[in-house]
Design a protein around this ligand. Structure first.
Ligand SMILES: Nc1ncnc2c1ncn2[C@@H]1O[C@H](COP(=O)(O)OP(=O)(O)OP(=O)(O)O)[C@@H](O)[C@H]1O
Length: 690
């Protein structure tokens, strides 16, 4: 079939499918506003469907696969889209959801006439593929038709990756996007991993880890409809700004209501207002605004307190506390009526051990109260004076059974470790440093538990910055392990708190409950940028894993020496911003500085020159795109069309800063330039053009 005939065929098909989608959408009226509860529930479902149809109307599908199942006479064209659509009358599928079992063929098929198979709920289905076609539909218009496999054609000439490259070449705005139309085979395998696993993903910068984790949530909600609920899922990311950056993906995949937060916010909430965390900026300042030594990082409180050994110390301390909870004295609410310490301890032990300690304490004290009432009998209990005196005795006894908040417990039992002062007033929360939050969360769960239901699934992004203690606190909030834990050890710039090997985290689970994946291909940057960043990696200690580029060539990376002084830096920065701003493909531009202080100074200098740029700071809620000046350590997880590294000199980036410079360079999609005053950083030495 000729190219234009194919196009015509697809235009007709698109018209038919969109006609059906529009008709179905229009048939769903305005939201129900009445009081009938059943009707409200039904309408909720209708309105959700309407939202999905609205997305489908713009882009009903992105792929077509002609598949002949074994035993069937003809191949069936299957159209694959973000949401499944069935014909209203016949209920025949018009569009198949990308998460359906059969759609996995679309992602895993890479050509050839060999038999293929996919896992369906009824078992393995075998068959053959006759056509794999990518379709680009934007706002209801068919824009591109690209075949990556057609039976009987010279498929070597068919462009397998043309569609992907087209997508990667697009410029980015300030939000991460979904990738349903171009999910790669190795990514699809992760997305479709069974629910009850702790899935660890080690992936190079730009390999799609964050994106894949979000698609996995959408997959789990579809595949395990009856068992998982969006309200019982949670995404943990390093900052509010990062969460804002990824916030568009799930709604675009038709998924809502998933809690997205940072570990620290989650912990503070768990601790029920008893503590607040010190500012994020202050915490970062400690590690990034001045040079730190390896000894400082190794011996950092976050690493020690986050270790498995420390968790054990906390457990032992809790056990000791529990053991000594009941005072060594009898309880006697009235002369002649008494209960020995031995008896009270025995009662305490009867409480279920898996219940939090303070809950058991409360139940024990209530039991004592009931016992007291019964022993005194109706006559004496009815006597106001006797009742008041007995109750006072009970209160006084209760006061001797300690009740502590997590923050009080930690300060009392680990006075040398707790790095905060108690708040001056009981009603005011205690301000605690970030590294103490995991400890307090751990203690709180053992002491008080939480009324919140367990989580069905938890996603942890940038997990190389997590400690084993943090992960174990989270895993304790699940009945069965079901987590997606992703990160990149090579980007572990917070190594004063995080791990050095995934084993540290994976060891928390039985091996049969874990799955480990590595992603080596980088989709974000051009080949030139990836190769440049790989050379920085090579300078890193330990075994470096270079990223493999998807072949997408761009401009060479530039390293430019500058004369000394802030004026020369500002002038060159302004010139670069001007030049890049004039290029159509470059809509987000970042200037990265080693420190927040340096970023502020450059921002002020640029202002003097009349160059507009926004300054990105820790504790910021959102990243708005355009031209931004960013401290390198805050750029982690984000990406920009073009990146200018303003201070790639030997003082800013010494050999121990390889991870930070690697993070900085890998933020760039299409363009990367590094400036240096004085000697270039040894990390780019040979690349610097000198
Ligand atoms: N299969 C794909 N098709 C199209 N684009 C993709 C694909 N996989 C990843 N990308 C793109 O690559 C970029 C990097 O993705 P993402 O931010 O999820 O990677 P990451 O591994 O989390 O990166 P980092 O560790 O550097 O933060 C994004 O722009 C994403 O849209």
């Amino acid at each position: 079939m000729s190219v234009s005939a194919k196009h015509q065929e697809e235009v007709r098909k698109l018209e038919r499918v969109r006609g059906e989608i529009i008709a179905q959408r229009e048939a769903i009226g305005a939201p129900y506003t009445g009081k009938d509860v059943t009707e409200q529930v039904l309408d909720d479902l209708r309105q959700q469907k309407k939202k999905r149809l609205e997305i489908a109307e713009r882009e009903p599908y992105f792929g077509r696969l002609d598949f002949r199942e074994d035993g069937h006479a003809a191949a069936m064209p299957l159209y694959i889209g973000k949401t499944g659509v069935g014909e209203e009358e016949s209920q025949k599928p018009l569009v198949i959801d990308w998460r359906a079992p059969i759609s996995s063929l679309f992602y895993s098929f890479t050509g050839g006439d060999a038999a293929v198979s996919y896992d369906s709920p009824d078992g393995i289905v075998n068959g053959r593929v006759f056509l794999k076609r990518n379709l680009l539909v934007r706002d209801g218009e068919l824009q591109r038709v690209v075949d990556s496999y057609e039976e009987g054609q010279d498929n070597a000439a068919l462009t397998t990756d043309e569609f992907l490259l087209h997508r990667l070449g697009e410029s980015k705005d300030n939000k991460l996007k979904d990738i349903v139309s171009t999910i790669q085979q190795e990514q699809d395998a992760i997305i479709r991993t069974e629910k009850n696993k702790a899935v660890f993903i080690q992936g190079v910068a730009g390999s799609g880890k964050t994106t894949v984790a979000l698609h996995r949530l959408a997959y789990l909600l579809y595949r395990y409809k009856d068992r998982v609920r969006a309200e019982r899922m949670m995404i943990l990311a390093p900052s509010r700004m990062f969460l804002d950056y990824i916030s568009g993906v799930l709604p675009e995949l038709g998924v809502g209501d998933i809690r997205q937060t940072t570990f620290e916010e989650w912990a503070v909430e768990l601790l029920e207002g008893t503590v607040v965390q010190e500012s994020h900026a202050a915490a970062l300042e400690r590690w990034f605004e001045r040079k730190t030594t390896r000894e400082e990082r190794e011996g950092a409180p976050g690493r020690i307190k986050g270790s498995v050994a420390y968790a054990q110390k906390l457990r032992e301390s809790l056990a000791g506390f529990e053991e000594s909870l009941i005072p060594d004295e009898e309880f006697s609410p009235y002369p002649g009526i008494k209960l020995s310490a031995v008896q009270i301890r025995a009662w305490f032990r009867e409480e279920p051990a898996e219940e939090p300690i303070m809950k058991r304490r409360e139940r024990l004290l209530n039991r004592l109260k009931r016992w007291m009432e019964i022993q005194l009998g109706r006559g004496r209990w009815g006597d106001k004076t006797i009742k008041a005196a007995a109750t006072a005795k009970w209160k006084s006894y209760s006061n001797k059974v300690p009740s502590l908040t997590a923050a009080e417990f930690y300060r009392l039992r680990f006075p040398g470790d707790a790095a905060y002062k108690p708040s001056a007033s009981k009603r005011k929360p205690t301000v605690v440093p970030r590294e103490d939050l995991p400890v307090l969360a751990f203690l709180h769960l053992r002491l008080y538990g939480t009324p919140e239901p367990a989580y069905d699934h938890i996603v942890i992004d940038e997990a190389q910055d997590y400690s084993p203690l943090q992960l174990s606190v989270l895993a304790n909030r699940q009945r069965l392990p079901s987590l997606t834990v992703l990160g990149d050890l090579q980007q572990g710039i917070h190594d004063y708190a995080g791990i050095r090997s995934w084993k540290e985290l994976a060891d928390l689970f039985p091996e049969s409950d874990t799955a480990y994946y590595e992603l080596d291909r980088s989709y974000r940057s051009t080949t030139e940028i990836i190769e440049f960043a790989n050379r920085i990696l090579a300078g890193m200690e330990g075994e470096a894993k270079p990223a493999v580029p998807v072949f997408r060539s761009g401009e060479p990376v530039e390293c430019v020496p500058l004369a000394k002084g802030p004026a020369a830096l500002a002038a060159e920065t302004a010139r670069t911003i001007r030049a890049w701003s004039g290029e159509p493909g470059l809509s987000t531009i970042a200037v990265l500085c080693r420190t927040a202080d340096g970023s502020k100074r450059l921002h002020a200098e640029l202002k003097k020159l009349g160059t507009e740029a926004s300054l990105l700071q820790a504790d910021q809620q959102a990243y708005s795109g355009g031209v931004t000046i960013v401290p390198a350590y805050l750029s982690k997880g984000l990406e920009f069309d073009a990146v200018l590294i303003a201070d790639a000199d030997e003082l800013s980036y010494g050999p121990e800063d390889a991870k930070l410079l690697y993070v900085a360079c890998t933020r760039a999609l299409h363009r990367l330039k590094l400036l240096f005053q004085g000697e270039p950083s040894p990390l780019i030495g040979e690349n610097s053009g000198r």
